[in-house]
Design a protein around this ligand. Sequence first.
Ligand SMILES: O=C(CO)COP(=O)(O)O
Ligand SMILES: O=C[C@H](O)COP(=O)(O)O
Ligand SMILES: [Zn+2]
Ligand SMILES: [Zn+2]
Length: 358
Amino acid sequence: MGLLDIIPAGVVTGDNLKKLFDYAQEHKFAIPAINCTSTSTINAALEAAKKCRSPIIIQFSNGGAAYVAGKAIDNKNQEASILGAVAGAQYVRSIAKAYGIPVVIHSDHCAKKLLPWFDGMIAADEEYFKAHGEPLFSSHMLDLSEDPMEENIETCLKYLKRMAAIDCFLEMEIGITGGEEDGVDNSDVDNASLYTQPEDIWEIYRRFSEVTDLFSIAAAFGNVHGVYAPGNVKLHPELLGKHQAYVKDQLKAKSDTPVYFVFHGGSGSSPKEISTALEFGVVKMNVDTDTQWAYWKGLRDFYEKNKAYLQSQVGNPDGENKPNKKYYDPRVFIRSAEVSMVDRIAEAFDNLNSKNVL
Ligand SMILES: O=C(CO)COP(=O)(O)O
Ligand SMILES: O=C[C@H](O)COP(=O)(O)O
Ligand SMILES: [Zn+2]
Ligand SMILES: [Zn+2]
């Protein structure tokens, strides 16, 4: 039985999203979450998933969402980030079904200072729920990992109650992802905060479960955003196994993976690190930096290959009166970027063991 026997193609929310993650854990695969900033990058992500016969997660960071709306819109009260995330979600909703794959729409890291962004997106979810019986977004992430744990949990619980009422799924972060996100520089945080403890996972799991089962945990196991020289990042995905065993024991559960874990900083991770994470119940892995690089590389290679045709509107090695329109049409050069991004996402499906699961 394939995934499409269990959940439909198109945007999945609520119980269908839970079924997707359960299916992924059962079959030891995870779904790549690709940071998208435009219809071009969204289409590349959907194209890769269609090609690989896999579900996909389209996610918008705060800055990525603002970029979707356009740089001319002021973002002082998060207007651009709210409008852009909502516009991006609506765009995905209008085309997802045509790709014939399950699609999850998600918003990425939201720190305390960005809560007005979160409020704006939840308001859009509630409005969408009134009209369609489901939220606009499948899920959102709250990242209060910089704050004391009790405050992190309390704030998440407040939103979780509101989200549970509209079947919207919450991803929370505990422990700190190193590197940089949304201009917050975490490159010098102390080592212990980069690795979460099992007791903390249980505390979160226990309290969130009293409200809903629509939540996941981005637990830090040395994850870092970005790509660095070899040896600089020490990932310990096996720690996730300890967390799962601890929660299983507390719950006296049958499942070895009672928790849905999220892997941040997927770029630059080795296939071995990724497969260890899969073993311990990771259902979602975020990839941004490597797909950014792939998009750029596609464009760079196009330019290198066609340089002589890209110096003037008219005139190339084939003749001084020959027009170059077909080289500088964005549908041609941006397409090269997309094709390269599609290939990199296909590699992520391979590493995440999620090819041909429909
Ligand atoms: O975790 C991420 C987005 O939240 C992406 O991390 P990378 O840029 O390292 O792939
Ligand atoms: O959080 C990590 C993602 O890579 C988002 O990056 P960004 O804030 O530059 O869009
Ligand atoms: Zn974080
Ligand atoms: Zn992240």
